[in-house]
Design a protein around this ligand. Sequence first.
Ligand code: FES
Length: 108
Amino acid sequence: MTDFQPVARVDEVPDPGSLLVEVDDRLVVLIHAAGHWYALDDVCTHDGGPLSDGPVDPAGPSIACPRHGAKFDAKTGAALTMPATKATVAHEVQVDGDRVLVRLAPAG
Ligand code: FES
């Protein structure tokens, strides 16, 4: 179990929006949607597309892979639509003042 690590300032990520961050050499997409924060591995489970380049849907909340359009649940990482069928990894997020912190989940 790792500790929470600061990854961004609150004002760096629009709502809705996302930001690619690196946490302990792991690429993570930080997601800001409808006032809430989420973090997922920046890896689409279909064919490795970069989720951080895809659009955030605050109504889900979800993020879509820019390559073939698979949607992932921002909270859980679950694959919501084809062509992805496996979840990507979800990480814990905390906001402390103007900082956003992420704690990595164990490698999936
Ligand atoms: S690589 Fe993401 S949907 Fe194909």
